[in-house]
Design a protein around this ligand. Structure first.
Ligand code: PLP
Length: 371
C-alpha cells in the first residue's frame, strides 16, 4: 500500500481531503448564514462519495448535469434531484419516469416543445412533475429573457402534468470576466434577471416558490440577495486555476491536482511531463477566460508554465531558474477541475500527502451504460 503521494505511479489524480471538506463546509456555512438552501451541481465531480460529503454538510437535494448523475444519486438514496437541463428524447424521458419512482425529480424547462413532449409521456404514466423555468441572465444558452417568463408560464399551463415551482439561472458568462469587478457585475445581472422574472411571474399569478442560481464565483453575492432562495454552485468543492485567475480562490484552496513525473529535458528551459490533455483537458475556461497562463498551476514552482499539451504528455517551460530534474514529481492544479475529474475513474485521496484511499468517479461521461 502506497503511503505517500510521492510514491504513486503517475499520472495520478489527487484529491486533498482536508481542502475539499473545507471548501464544502465553507459553502454550506455561506448558505446557512444567509438563509439559503444549497443544491450543489454534481457534474463537477460525478462521485457518490463526494456527494455524500456534501450531504453530510447539509444540502437541499442536488443539481444533476446528466441523467447518469441523477441515477447515481437516486441509487445512493438521495431524495431530491433537479435536472439542470431539459430532456427531450423518449428514451431519456423514460429514464426520468423511472427515477421519479424513487426520488423527487424536478425538471428544468425553457420552451414549449420539450415540455409538450415530456408532458405527453407523463400523461401516459399518470405522473405529475415539478419544473423550474430557466431564465437567461446573460449567458445566452438556455432560458427565456426575464421579461418573457410570465408568457412562458402561461404557455406551459395547459400541460397538465407539469407543475410550475420556480425559476433558475446560471451566470456562466462570469467565466469570461477578467477580474473581481467583472464577477461582481455579472452577479448583479444574475440577481436582477431573477428579480425581474420573479416579479412578473408573481404579478401574472405564478409566484415562484424556488428562485435558484448557481455559480461558484457569484455565490457570495447571490447569498446576500433577498429574493434568491437556493444556491447551486458546483466547482467550489475543488476550485481550480480558473477560480484563482478570477480571484475567487487561492491556489492553496484548490483540492484537485494531477501528479505527473518529469520524463524528459530535451533542451534548456523545456521539460516534458507524463500528463497531457487526457488528464488536464484543453480547457481554458468554458466561456473563455483570457487570464490563464498555460494549462494549469504547477505547485511550488512559479517559474514553470504548462505551455502545451499532447494527449499523454505536457510541455513545461521554465521562465527562470528552476531546480526540477528528470524523475521529479510535480503536482499541477488543472485550469478546469470539472473537466479534469471526468478524465479519471478514481481520485487518490490524501491528507497533506499521506494517502488515505481512493474515491470513485461513478458517473463519468459514458461510463454507466453499455449495450
Ligand atoms: C445550470 C448550472 N448551474 C450551476 C452550475 C455550477 O456552476 P459553477 O461550477 O461555476 O459553480 C453550472 C455549471 O456549469 C450549470 O450549468
Amino acid at each position: 500500500m502506497v503511503s505517500h503521494i510521492n510514491e504513486l505511479p503517475t499520472p495520478a489524480f489527487l484529491i486533498d481531503m482536508d481542502k475539499a471538506k473545507k471548501n464544502i463546509a465553507a459553502m454550506a456555512a455561506l448558505c446557512e448564514q444567509n438563509g439559503k438552501k444549497l443544491c450543489p451541481m454534481i457534474k463537477t465531480h460525478k462521485s457518490a462519495q463526494l456527494a455524500a460529503w456534501q450531504a453530510e454538510a447539509g444540502v437541499d437535494g442536488f443539481l444533476a448535469g446528466t441523467l447518469d448523475e441523477a441515477e447515481m444519486l437516486a441509487g445512493q438514496g438521495h431524495q431530491q434531484v433537479v435536472l439542470a437541463y431539459p430532456v427531450a428524447s423518449a428514451e431519456n424521458i423514460s429514464r426520468v419516469l423511472t427515477l421519479a419512482q424513487t426520488t423527487r425529480v424536478v425538471l428544468s424547462l425553457d420552451g414549449v416543445e420539450a415540455a409538450a413532449t415530456i408532458n405527453a409521456q407523463l400523461v401516459k404514466a399518470g405522473i405529475t412533475l415539478d419544473y423550474l423555468m430557466i431564465i437567461d441572465c446573460g449567458l445566452g444558452r438556455f432560458g427565456v429573457q426575464p421579461e418573457q417568463a410570465a408568457e412562458l408560464a402561461k404557455a406551459l399551463q395547459p400541460l397538465t402534468q407539469l407543475r410550475f415551482t420556480g425559476i433558475s439561472t446560471h451566470p456562466g458568462q462570469v467565466y469570461g470576466q477578467s477580474d473581481s469587478a467583472g464577477v461582481a457585475t455579472v452577479a448583479m445581472e444574475e440577481i436582477q434577471a431573477l428579480e425581474t422574472a420573479a416579479t412578473l411571474l408573481a404579478a401574472a399569478g405564478f409566484p415562484p416558490a424556488v428562485i435558484a442560481t448557481g455559480s461558484t464565483p457569484t455565490a457570495p453575492f447571490a447569498a446576500k440577495s433577498s429574493v434568491i432562495t437556493t444556491l447551486r454552485p458546483g466547482n467550489y468543492i475543488f476550485h481550480d486555476a480558473i477560480q484563482v485567475a478570477l480571484g475567487v480562490s487561492t491556489p492553496e484552496q484548490c483540492a484537485l491536482s494531477v501528479l505527473a513525473t518529469v520524463i524528459a529535458h530535451p533542451r534548456p528551459g523545456l521539460y516534458i511531463i507524463d500528463a497531457g490533455s487526457k488528464c488536464f483537458g484543453l480547457d481554458k475556461g468554458a466561456h473563455g477566460v483570457a487570464l490563464l497562463n498555460g494549462f494549469g498551476i504547477v505547485k511550488s514552482h512559479p517559474e514553470l508554465v504548462l505551455e502545451g499539451l499532447s494527449e499523454e504528455v505536457g510541455k513545461l517551460r521554465a521562465t527562470g531558474e528552476t531546480t526540477i530534474a528528470v524523475g521529479d514529481k510535480l503536482e499541477i492544479i488543472p485550469n478546469h477541475a470539472c473537466s479534469a475529474a471526468n478524465m479519471t475513474s478514481f481520485l487518490i485521496a490524501h491528507r497533506s500527502g499521506a494517502v488515505e484511499g481512493s474515491i470513485r468517479i461513478d458517473a463519468r461521461s459514458g461510463s454507466r451504460r453499455q449495450m
